[in-house]
Design a protein around this ligand. Structure first.
Ligand code: 2NL
Length: 351
């Protein structure tokens, strides 16, 4: 019996070697594994064998079965691949693909890596800023870029005859309608609708009458922040900005406040950080001072609260505004603001 099984095994191995097509593999399967197949015949003989032989013979039959099954599966897989390529060639056979008939299809070649796009560096910076302030409990708000003079100037304590209006007076659509020069307009709209406590940041495009050069653009991006509640102090402003600066620029970066003026805050300050490029030792980016300005801030002027009918005796608040381009340039050492708007893939793909 064992002899016979060995013979069947040799036959199978011989037949496997000569198989070239899927249908031959299928026939092999039927011949050996089918219900009327050779292996089945052997199985039927088992009960008539002496008891001490049954286990050994049974094992041999099973391993033979496994071998045939495995071989047939492998052959069908191979046959399927060949089949698909042949079908493709048939389907597309024309001049363009006739060449393919003579080419070897190498399935081990590495694939073509698709070009994956990424966020614009300014969008990345805005996302990073949003994340830091989200952790401090600030909501993100958006509003229109085309604004009325009221939201852009009057509500922010910049009356028509105010000297600082000339810095922003720009891009009129018609009489009283213009492109916003800061995103505080959005914050006024929020205060009109909601009572304190307010904790928001407003990212977006703003427009100013600046002549374009390496550091200026008539359009840039800003993130403004506003926090209003009872008992908010200048120390809270320092705390929040310090937290932002350390998280965004790094724990070892220093911060300093310089007195300044904005019509919508009183007192006002300009905020510097120690130059991240030269670590404070002096370079061209910080004009050899070791410090670079990154934002303006202050306590909300009571006149602004008056425009939104907040009780300035009850509530205080702080606000700040930063240029996204400026912060991105500082973080990555970019020396020309115009690079952000030229859509040159060699520049953009670096971030
Ligand atoms: C800068 C300075 C600043 C604000 C923006 C603000 C908003 C409201 C009330 C009061 Cl609703 N202030 N915003 C305050 C101080 C400075 O921006 O240099 N921006 C690029």
């Amino acid at each position: 019996m064992l002899e016979k099984l060995e013979e069947v095994k040799r036959n199978i191995q011989r037949e496997i070697k000569s198989i070239t097509a899927l249908k031959d593999a299928e026939q092999l399967k039927i011949k050996y594994l089918g219900r009327k197949g050779i292996i089945h015949d052997f199985m039927k003989l088992i009960p008539s064998l002496p008891a001490e032989q049954r286990a050994a013979i049974g094992q041999r039959i099973n391993s033979l079965k496994a071998e045939v099954t495995h071989t047939v599966e492998e052959l069908s897989l191979k046959a399927e691949v060949t089949h698909t390529v042949e079908e493709l060639i048939k389907k597309f056979s024309g001049e363009a693909t006739s060449k393919a008939k003579h080419e070897v299809f190498d399935i081990t070649l590495p694939g073509k890596r698709p070009l994956v796009g990424k966020k614009h560096p300014l969008t990345q910076t805005i996302d990073d800023i949003k994340e830091v302030f989200a952790r401090l409990g600030f909501d993100v708000v958006y509003g229109p870029e085309v604004e009325s003079e009221y939201y852009n100037f009057e509500a922010l304590n910049i009356p028509a005859d105010h000297p600082s209006r000339t810095d922003f007076d720009t891009f009129y659509i018609k009489n009283d309608i213009l492109l916003r020069s800061q995103t505080s307009t959005v914050q006024i709209r929020v205060m009109e609708k909601q009572k304190p406590p307010i904790r928001i940041i407003a990212p977006g495009r703003v427009y100013r009458p600046d002549t374009v050069d390496a550091r200026h653009s008539f359009m840039f991006h800003q993130v403004e922040g506003l926090l209003v509640d009872e008992g908010v102090s200048f120390a809270d402003l320092r705390g929040v900005l310090n937290q932002f600066i350390k998280t965004y620029f790094g724990q070892d970066v220093q911060m300093r406040f310089r007195p300044s003026f904005f019509p919508f805050t009183e007192p006002s300050a300009e905020v510097d950080i120690s130059c991240s490029l030269c670590k404070g030792s002096g370079c061209s980016v910080c004009s050899y001072s070791g410090w670079v300005e990154i934002l303006g801030a202050g306590m909300v002027d009571p006149n602004v609260f008056k425009s939104v009918h907040y009780d300035a005796e009850k509530y205080t608040g702080f606000a700040f505004g930063m240029g996204v381009e400026r912060i991105t340039m500082l973080k990555y050492g970019i020396n020309d603001i115009r690079l952000f708007y030229e859509n040159d893939i060699r520049f953009l793909s670096q971030f």
